[in-house]
Design a protein around this ligand. Sequence first.
Ligand code: ATP
Ligand code: MG
Length: 591
Amino acid sequence: MDTSPIIRKTAADLRVAPNFADYDGERRRFSWESVGRELAGQPGGTLNIAWQAVDRHATGALRDKTAFRFRARGRPPRDVGFGELARLSSRFANVLAGLGIARGERVFVLAGRIPELYVAMLGGLRHGAVVSPLFSAFGPEPIATRVNLGAGRVLVTTDVLYERKVAKWRDKMPTLEHVLLVAEDGGGSDIPGTLDLAALMAAAGDESAVAATGAEDMSLLHFTSGTTGTPKGAVHVHGAVATHWATGRYALDLHADDIYWCTADPGWVTGTSYGIIAPLLHGVTSLIDAEEFDAERWYGLLQDEGVTVWYTAPTAIRMLMKAGAEIPRKYRFPQLRFIASVGEPLNPEAVRWGKEVLGLPIHDNWWQTETGGIMIANTPAFDIKPGSMGRPLPGIDAAIMRRHEDGTVTPVEEAGVEGELALKRGWPSMFRAYLNNEERYRKCFAGPDNEWYLTGDLAQRDADGYYWFVGRADDVIKSAGHLIGPFEVESALMEHPAVAEAGVIGKPDPVVGEVVKAFVSLKQGFAASEALRLELLGHARKRLGAAVAPKEIAFLPSLPRTRSGKIMRRLLKARELGLPEGDTSTLESGS
Ligand code: ATP
Ligand code: MG
């Protein structure tokens, strides 16, 4: 556990009254039934994510309020209001109806962060189809694998992506009947074997009945990031919307007049749950930027769009840190009031960097594709212990599990003990299956009545109830009888001024089992040298002690990452040991 000083919060840190101010009281009072009452009012007593997110606001006071503000280089901003979003998504639902797509059938979407992607996803949900967003940088094979696994009947993509990635593989996707294309130049598209989406939308009506889905009907199919192996298809249901609503309120502290920016792509669960659904549920305006990461552009957007709540990822924060302190000095962020991060452990160094450079600490939170929404979080009203992921949100029961030899598990009551992080079933956005892999799904649950979901992450809880990430169960290093979490070692290395990012693995060793090896990339202005290597070894030893500090350090220009920005330790290890690299479908190109 990190021993960095606690970042204390006072009333002066809160520019608006926080939604979540009394930790124990709110958890005691909370019930999922009461969230259900907030979401009541849908015609026929049904539950549909798109109705909750869009239609609920589209005829009322928010009709003309901006739901999404789309930004793209070289184009004027485009604002789409709640009323317009309802009309467009209805049209798309009518397009699906016209193609004979039935409830429960699968619609895949492969596009950059363009308005049509958002309309297709919301329209697909409204129609009762199961929507699966794919990241637009995927190559042909990962696309085909996912469409086949999900039995995709419709694919919405752009003419350019289609020609580059889908056309040649089309006959390898036997379930795929309809391909709807957005012309990237804004005109029409007439590629044989495809349909022009703009023409279909123009011919469709503005009104459509919302599918009479219930809470247990399948809504979204999300693939995991593939950090530890082949990506899994996690099945989600419409009832998940209750978690999106509650976490938008408690974890992101959304208020009606926020300008909110989630930097994740909808191809990953964060970009859907929090890039689309949660802000819409709360009637909040979201900024959507079509461009890739660029430090100068990002600071510019935070400033010019007046972003108030920003949800991003450690990889982006590390890249901003790497770009140096000069750029942010040119910008001002007076509106920004809350920053949160998810996806990987957030090093204490990054939490503090936020305070120094942006004027606000970064609030780490934890969840997974499987959990569908944020489970453990740091939130505006509460003190931050840098390096901790925070505390379980209202409605979430978490535990640290001890596994016994006979395969059973029991929650560890004492603080400060390492074990597998588990969540008690009952939160509405829990995944309901791994597609075509029932066995693997079943193995995720244990305890009486299988009431605990085991996350595959190791963590510990301190005496104040804060959770600390140790590492993925697969990544933990066993050295001379010690269990070493890579996160702790990486965070210590990150404290050195030269280090931009660090990835740590266990390297088999005949004497101690495994030795700790670190790979680091350096910040601008620093060059790899033997002297720096020795300095880093010394720094780590001083910080961590000889038993935990790395024995070896290697420099890399950058670390291999998934396209969602996670360091792929399994690849560092495979490369180090000369082993096969395994599934690299989500590997960022060039890493
Ligand atoms: P795969 O399951 O295919 O290996 P993945 O686990 O990276 O990929 P995601 O569901 O996108 O796929 O990521 C969830 C995982 O990311 C968590 O289980 C955890 O290991 C890590 N993670 C997310 N947020 C945090 C956080 N705040 N601190 C530490 N780890 C985090
Ligand atoms: Mg995972």
